[in-house]
Design a protein around this ligand. Structure first.
Ligand code: NAP
Length: 473
């Protein structure tokens, strides 16, 4: 497949193989962009903004509605690309493709709700005879950098609202999963987006990243990825807006009055969705001691029923990790925990990129799998008996994206909701629940700012004040 630069789909002799992590077959190739391509993208994005900022809201929204229609009509094609280039099973991929339709549709709807307000200038002395208002304007070139784990919908979460707001975009998708992003941009162009409005550049972050990030013509960076890349991007960005959706180490509290079956089912799914490569995947389960043994037995039983393997088979529950190296990393983290006293209740094995769904208990606090984001199919069980202590434990790490609590007591739920330090608390759901239009983001190392279409549009526009001094009025 090709990249889109200055209105043209272009190729390069130097290519990157996009491989299926299940069998290492080459799905397709993309060009490996170089420094000249970055220069072209940056200059073209500035020209693109001259076009997008003049487009009407109606036109922007129509293009997005049509894009959603196109994807909706080709859901299987999009799902197959997601499943082949990444880790998701075909069923997980279908859900992502459907969510992408929602994300683009909601971007179109929100384009029509970019509102301003009148300003009461006469509310303090000195403002008499002044009348005015503010409206929100697009900020210019937005650099969207996206991760591998939701290769379609997380791209839609950036380019949907960026275009809805009237910005131009430079999109740099994850190098291991660029194909879904290319298909999405193709659909947008087919839907009528002027091709100059978006530059899609495929290449390694460590090669082209700094040049893109540091350029002053980029007015906002919208980044989703890991903390390490996030820190580097922040250090190179200079004076521009930055939105960061980073990782987590999500805790879920299962209180003694929880609906046991609901809690087990949603926490198993939340732990192993996309082979655990999910920023809101469950990593720490804090279970009340009164129900610990029953929960553990049911959780392990359900995990043992997971079918892992070929992503394209309808009955596969979990696919491989994104690369064998990543699976080796997780295997090592499990081994480190085991060496320091953790018990492996099930899983722990690996074949190529396929890591077994793994459940641990008695995990000491000084091991990597306790305090770092694992981003793999493992989950740690901890016994608790005090709500304050469980909340303190949940808040103890430098992340805070979503947190979950299972309880049938409204007081317990309220206490947890207000004392958990994070971007959202899911009550009677695992952390793995997200509505695409809710404000989504984290505190501490989990991020800066919020996505979720209405909220992305706020971040991707700025208010401009218009004030009339009317001395003769
Ligand atoms: P990653 O390694 O940080 O990469 C993310 C993106 O950043 C890729 O496109 C990557 O390009 C690019 N990149 C890397 N270094 C860069 C640099 N110096 N300058 C510019 N771009 C650079 O993350 P990942 O492994 O793809 O994704 C996993 C991480 O994303 C996890 O930590 C997960 O929690 C987080 N995540 C967060 C959310 C959220 O909404 N909070 C959602 C999904 C994932 P290359 O691919 O070329 O390296």
């Amino acid at each position: 497949m090709k990249m889109l630069l200055d209105g043209q789909w272009v190729d390069r002799d130097k290519k990157i193989n996009v491989t299926d992590p299940f069998d290492n077959s080459v799905v397709d190739t993309v060009p490996a962009a170089n420094a000249d391509d970055v220069k072209t993208a940056l200059a073209a994005a500035v020209k693109g903004f001259e076009i997008t900022k003049k487009m009407t809201v109606y036109d922007r929204a129509q293009i997005l509605f049509k894009t959603a229609d196109i994807i909706s009509g080709r859901l299987d094609e999009f799902a197959t690309i997601i499943a082949r280039e990444g880790s998701k099973t075909i069923n997980e991929a279908r859900k992502e493709a459907s969510r992408c339709v929602n994300t683009i549709t909601a971007s179109a709807e929100e384009a029509k709700r970019i509102l301003g307000e009148t300003i009461p200038f006469d509310s303090f002395p000195g403002g008499e005879k002044r009348k005015g208002y503010y409206y929100r304007f697009p900020i210019g070139v937005i650099l969207a950098i996206t991760p591998f784990n939701d290769p379609l919908n997380l791209v839609a979460h950036k380019i949907g609202p960026a275009i809805a707001a009237g910005n131009s975009v430079i999109l740099k998708p994850a190098t291991v999963t660029p194909l879904s992003a290319i298909k999405l941009v193709e659909a947008m162009v087919e839907a009528g987006l002027p091709p100059q409005a978006i530059q899609l550049i495929t290449g390694y972050g460590h090669v082209i990243g700094d040049q893109l990030v540091a350029d002053e013509r980029v007015r906002m960076i919208s980044f989703t990825g890991g903390v390490e890349a996030g820190k580097r991007i922040a250090s190179k960005a200079g004076i521009k807006k930055i939105g960061m959706e980073l990782g987590s180490n999500s805790p879920v509290i299962v209180w003694k009055d929880a609906d046991m079956n609901l809690a087990v089912e949603s926490c198993v799914s939340g732990s192993f969705w996309a082979a655990g490569q999910n920023c809101i995947g469950v990593q720490r389960l804090l279970i009340h001691e009164d129900i610990y043994d029953e929960f553990k037995t049911k959780f392990v039983d359900m995990t043992n029923k997971y079918k892992i393997g070929d992503k394209l088979k309808e009955d596969t529950d979990m696919g491989p990790m994104i690369t064998e190296d990543e699976a080796v990393r997780v295997e090592k983290w499990v081994a480190e925990a085991k060496a320091k006293g953790a018990a492996v209740l099930t899983g722990g094995g690996r074949k190529g990129a396929l890591m077994e769904p793994t459940v641990l208990e008695n995990v000491p606090k000084d091991v990597t799998i306790h305090y770092e984001e694992v981003f793999g199919p493992t989950v740690n069980l901890y016994k608790i008996n005090d709500l304050d202590a469980a909340i303190k434990e949940s808040n103890s790490l430098p992340y805070g994206l979503l947190t979950g609590i299972f309880t049938s007591n409204v007081d317990t739920a309220f206490k947890a909701a207000y004392e958990l330090d994070c971007g959202g608390v899911m009550i009677n759901d695992s952390t793995d629940y997200r509505l695409d239009s809710m404000p989504f983001g984290g505190v501490k190392y989990s991020g800066l700012g919020r996505e979720g279409l209405k909220f992305s549009l706020q971040e991707m526009t700025e208010p401009k004040v218009i004030c009339f001094n009317l001395p003769n009025m």
